[in-house]
Write a protein that binds this ligand. Sequence first.
Ligand code: FEO
Length: 172
Amino acid sequence: MLNEKIAAMLNDQINKELYSAYLYLDFADYYADEGLDGFANWYEVQAKEERDHAFMIRRYLLDNGHRVVLGAIAKPDKTFGSHLDPLEAGYAHEQYVTSLITDIYHEAFGQKDYRTMQFLDWFIKEQGEEETNADDMIKKFKLFGADAKGLYALNQELAARTYAPSTTGPAM
Ligand code: FEO
């Protein structure tokens, strides 16, 4: 069994990861509606990865003897005025998720819960990668997204992203 506070924080993180999936699905829907199917594809893949993160944490709680309690997932409430807006919202969201993971890690460290720290190590690394990816999307968009040809090429590039379940992360 884990410490109750840590278990509760992890239980809440399941909700945050599922919300992330929901949020990115909403981004995908926006881009699909705008005719940018590559951007939509990129965020569909991202949504699947976020769902996987939720499953990984769920599995960790179950494997440690905790009952998972699922809460309501909030409605994505962003409105977008430009193709850049979801990219910037995505970067800000990943920074927020990093802060949540860091908070759990901090609590685990304080309680000498080395098992949870080890479990979260993968998420710490993953958040670093996700922040970099989100920042790269913004940079590329600012460089190439302003003219039609550049936007077309970027959309083609993002269309190539494929989903594959993580082989390095914790078990689902
Ligand atoms: Fe699972 Fe992007 O946070």
